[in-house]
Write a protein that binds this ligand. Sequence first.
Ligand code: ZN
Length: 290
Amino acid sequence: MSIELAGMSGATAVADGGWSTILWTRGLSIEQPAERANLTAPDLVQTLARDYLDAGAIFLTTNTFGANRWNFARAGVDTSAAEVCGRGADIARQAVGDRNAVVAGSIGPSGKILAVQEVAEDELREEFTAIAEALVEGGADVLVLETFSELREILIALDAVKAATGRPVIASMSFDSGPQRARTMMGATAAECGKALDDAGADVIGCNCGATLPAVVALRAATQRPLWVRPNAGAPELVDGRPVWRRDPVAFVADVMPLIAAGANIVGGCCGAGPEHIAKLAAAVRRRGA
Ligand SMILES: [Zn+2]
């Protein structure tokens, strides 16, 4: 299925939910990056992929969000991020099989801040290029840059990934700061990010993790492109020193429906939103007839 069919035909499309937070609830150790499970526990990853597809997701993201040299170095993991990405895309591709679904290769931010020179632009370009190429080689149809909070970083990633692969790119940032909860952690507004991503040629623009109603309203006003919106399952609560997200599926759907009314075209979940959340959301979208 093409991204145009899924996202631009006027119908609302459903994407999957979170990855690392759900793999942890299914027994994956939190001691290592969840993306390494693509190599160490591929069956666990593929089962969750199938569960998302069975729940009704037609956009399946890969379990590769945090796979990059910076996160792996921080975790003391001596594994190739490109290898983890290639395997992640391959697992998703196999899970999709003959189904009509889009494999979206997930790329997260570096975790470094460009504005204070923690990382160089060339270094970002090189890593995003390597990751994107591995994802496409493994079977990704499109790429999704997600949970970015620094506009300059996502613009570099967008440019590098487009140049390297020529694939459609979904550019999704996190907005949950400021009085309106429509700014990134770095202070950029959803309005200015939406316009900048549109000008830079992102095929789909969105918000995830921080995906508030004011952010969606501002993005909708800033661009005509399809909007990708994947909120968390509520706000995190600290349990034994760890954040957990536990909004139940019915309450989660009640959170998402106003986002569709505000103009979201592709909706799914992020942290704490699992297959049960996506199944309820898919049913609500079908009922809505949108
Ligand atoms: Zn999240």
